[in-house]
Structures are given as structure tokens and as C-alpha cells.
Design a binder for this molecule. Structure first.
Ligand code: IMP
Length: 428
């Protein structure tokens, strides 16, 4: 298959960055298609650690990287990230990075609104506070400022007025000061040439790339259970995170996504609020958090940890059309004498094999567990299937059976080369 789409199959933070970095070696182009700088991708290459939020991971490999129309772009953050990566020795110019000219911008007013709402809410979502939700609201509300608007002063001025007319009462209601339209215009005009240097019709660029037989790697952010339609609504992000969005969020059409690789952590984590049936509050949960270094890349928050939930991932396999999975962080389970896998739930005395849509029902699910023997050996850094203890192999095989998808890759440490390839997504 020519193209591969990488998505998080749980609640995000499955280790997509490393896998995308690893796969981008085999791709010609890497494309982001949703989310914004709420994502956090950590790439460890040799003794260098790169932390990316908005830039596609392909930049680290020097691959053409595209920020598609489905992404919401904070232009100040983008320039800062380009500068930061530049300081680590990777120079990013227009030959390496393409920004869709029809992508919508995240402005400081969006961040203000996101943070003020979270501070005022009794039922917090636990957002990253980066303005993602309010920016998508303005996008679907048809009042957003898009990248191309930066090239047209007149249009920009009118759009700012329209946008601020909408935001002024919201800000006043939250006790935020009014925004100076002239100052915002001046700030945007100041950064416009730097941003416009990367701007292009990304769909057209991609069309040409695909027609010339090149391979595209789509890089998802967050995870399927944070999808605004299919996730644990309202405790979700504000974009579609499922693989189908790779088509709409890049302009490549439904044949574009190709092989869908779901990234799956060998246990479960989530940041922020919302239902989490297999969450652990005991020493096993602490083990997963500590050994797995489960702290948010973007916010530094501790992630909630729990047992592997096969029902949840089975749902994700269906929602995303997953062709195969990459299983990550198996080594975090090293040394645990007994492991549990959630195979389904009990709800009001009935068995249920999926996460129901209702929030109340989601909160009442009792996980049904199957126990497996753990292993005492280390799996960290294993580079071959034969290096794994028999119980670890059994655990992986049982996961495959329960979720109904094969393991294509196994990641055994944050290092790029500690990856076991079972089947090549680009050739499957
Ligand atoms: P927002 O995307 O900042 O609006 O946050 C909405 C929800 O998505 C919150 O629960 C966040 O913790 C979660 N979230 C957003 N981005 C990520 C991510 O990259 N990894 C994991 N969770 C995320």
C-alpha cells in the first residue's frame, strides 16, 4: 500500500511520535490532518530528544512535512517551534514545510476563552488550555481567520471585526478585558510574511505527490476515544481524530489514508477528565505511571493509568478501519506478576462489549477482566520477537485475538531502533 495513516487507538499518548518518526524513513511526505499544538510528540534519536506539538514528526528526518487544512494553527507557536527545532540543528524552510493556506488560525482570544472557561467550570474537561476548542468553534461558525487571509489586509481587518463582535460578549461574561482590534491586526500583519512563506494549497501539492507515485504518511494526534463524535463526549478534543479525517483534513480524498496503523499502548492512560473503566488507583497504577513516565508532554500533568482495555481498542479498530497495530510500552509491564486485560463490561447486570454513548452509562461500566501471568525478564530494547519471554508473547497474542487486528510493530523502548517489525505497513 502506498500510504499509511497512523492514529492513536486509545486516549492519546500511545507513542505515535516514535512510530511516525520510524515510519517516515520509508515515506516521502508526512502530513498532519487534525488537532493543533495540543498534541505532544516526543522523539528520541540517539542522544537528542525532540519535542514537537504542531510540526509533523517528519521534519526530524528531513522529510517534506505538511500541515493540512484540518489542523488549527497558532502562528506564534508555529514560529516558536520552528525556531526551537532550528536551535537543535534542524533548519525548517519552505522546502521542508508546507502549511495549508485554508487552515484556520488559533489566536490569543481562543486561548483566553479556553482557559477562562476551564477556570470557571464546575465540570471541567481538562483541556490543554491552548485554545483548540474555541478555534474549532470559530471554524465551524464560519468566522475563523485562515492562513490565506494573512495576505489580504482588507479582508483581515473585516474578519477581525466580525470575530471580535462574536467574542466581545463572551469575554465580558467571563470577566476578560476587551481586545484591541488594531493591535491584533498589527500583530498578525507583523507575522504574516513569516507564516505566508510556508503557505500553499496543500491539497494540490498532495495531489501532485500522490500522482507521482510517492508515499504519504498521515500523522494523527490525540486518540480515537478523544474524537469529537466517537469519543467519550464531552470529555474529548474538538476535532475528528479517527483515520477517516486524514482524507478530509488534508484534501486527499477517501482513498488517501491507505493502511491504517493504530498505535496501542500495552496498558491504558488518559489525561484530563472523563470516564476510564479500567483506571487503577493502587500500586499497579502507580507502577505504570512511574515506570512508564506518564506525564503529559504539553502540560506536564500526570496521566491516569489502568489495565489494557481490549473492548475499547476493539471499538477503535472498527471506528478507524485499523489494518494493524503497533503495540508500545510493553516493557512497562516487566516485573508485574499478574496482568489483567479487560475483555468487556457489565452494565446494570448485563454484559456489554463496547463503550456506550451515554456519559452516565460510561461512568457506570464495570470492567470484566481476564488474568494472565506476567514475566520477570526485561523486554526493554528487544529487537526480535525471539527476545521476548513466552508470557509476553502470550500477552501480545491474546491482545490480537481480543481486538481483532494483528500486531504489525512492537516498540520496546523510546529509541528509534528498538522496534520489532512483524509486517511492513507500506507493503501490506
Ligand atoms: P483540548 O484538545 O486541549 O481541547 O483538550 C481536550 C481533551 O483532550 C483533554 O482531556 C486533553 O487532556 C485531551 N488531549 C488533547 N491533546 C491531547 C494529546 O495530545 N494527548 C492526550 N490527550 C490530549
Amino acid at each position: 500500500m502506498a500510504n499509511v495513516t497512523v492514529i492513536g487507538a486509545q486516549w492519546g499518548d500511545e507513542g505515535k511520535g516514535k512510530l511516525v518518526d520510524w515510519l517516515s524513513n520509508r515515506a516521502d511526505v508526512v502530513v498532519r490532518f487534525q488537532g493543533g499544538h495540543n498534541a505532544g510528540h516526543t522523539l528520541v534519536v540517539g542522544n537528542q530528544t525532540y519535542k514537537l506539538s504542531l510540526l509533523p514528526s517528519g521534519v526530524v528526518q528531513g522529510k517534506l512535512s505538511i500541515i493540512g487544512n484540518g489542523v488549527v494553527v497558532d502562528p506564534w507557536h508555529l514560529l516558536k517551534e520552528i525556531e526551537g527545532i532550528g536551535a537543535q540543528g534542524i533548519k525548517i524552510g519552505p522546502e521542508l514545510l508546507v502549511l495549508a493556506d485554508n487552515a484556520c488560525l488559533i489566536l490569543p482570544i481562543h486561548r483566553d476563552l479556553d482557559q477562562a472557561r476551564e477556570a470557571a467550570a464546575t465540570n471541567k474537561i481538562g483541556t490543554t488550555g491552548r485554545g483548540i476548542g474555541p478555534a474549532y468553534e470559530d471554524k465551524v461558525g464560519r468566522r475563523a481567520i485562515r492562513v490565506a487571509d494573512l495576505a489580504d489586509r482588507e479582508a483581515l481587518e473585516a474578519k477581525i471585526d466580525r470575530l471580535l463582535a462574536h467574542h466581545a460578549p463572551l469575554r465580558a461574561g467571563l470577566g476578560l478585558p476587551p481586545v484591541d482590534a488594531a493591535a491584533l491586526l498589527a500583530e498578525l500583519e507583523d507575522l504574516a510574511p513569516k507564516i505566508l512563506a510556508f503557505a500553499q494549497p496543500a491539497w494540490l501539492k498532495l495531489d501532485g505527490i500522490v500522482k507521482s507515485g510517492k508515499r504519504v504518511l498521515f500523522e494523527g494526534a490525540q486518540g480515537a476515544l478523544l474524537d469529537v463524535d466517537h469519543g467519550t463526549y464531552p470529555y474529548v478534543t474538538s476535532s475528528n481524530t479517527v483515520a477517516g479525517q486524514a482524507a478530509a483534513g488534508s484534501g486527499l480524498g477517501p482513498k488517501g489514508p491507505g493502511y491504517v496503523l493504530g498505535i496501542v499502548k500495552a496498558y491504558t492512560t488518559r489525561v484530563g477528565e472523563g470516564p476510564f473503566p479500567t483506571e487503577l488507583f493502587d500500586e499497579v497504577g502507580q507502577h505504570l505511571g512511574t515506570v512508564g513516565r506518564e506525564f503529559g508532554t504539553v502540560t506536564g500533568r500526570s496521566r491516569r493509568c489502568g489495565w489494557f482495555d481490549a473492548a475499547l481498542v476493539r471499538q477503535s479498530v472498527a471506528l478507524n478501519g485499523i489494518s494493524g497495530i503497533a503495540l508500545t510500552k510493553l516493557d512497562v509491564l516487566d516485573g508485574l506478576p499478574t496482568l489483567k486485560i479487560c475483555t468487556g463490561y457489565r452494565l446494570n447486570g448485563q454484559d456489554i462489549g463496547y463503550l456506550p454513548a451515554g456519559l452516565k452509562a460510561q461512568g457506570q461500566l464495570e470492567p470484566v477482566y481476564e488474568e494472565m501471568e506476567g514475566w520477570s525478564e526485561t523486554t526493554q530494547g528487544a529487537r526480535s520477537w525471539k527476545d521476548l519471554p513466552a508470557s509476553a508473547v502470550k500477552y501480545v497474542r491474546r491482545i490480537e485475538e481480543l481486538i481483532g487486528a494483528p500486531v504489525a510493530l512492537l516498540s520496546t523502548s523510546p529509541q528509534r531502533d528498538d522496534t520489532i517489525l512483524m509486517r511492513d505497513p507500506f507493503h501490506d
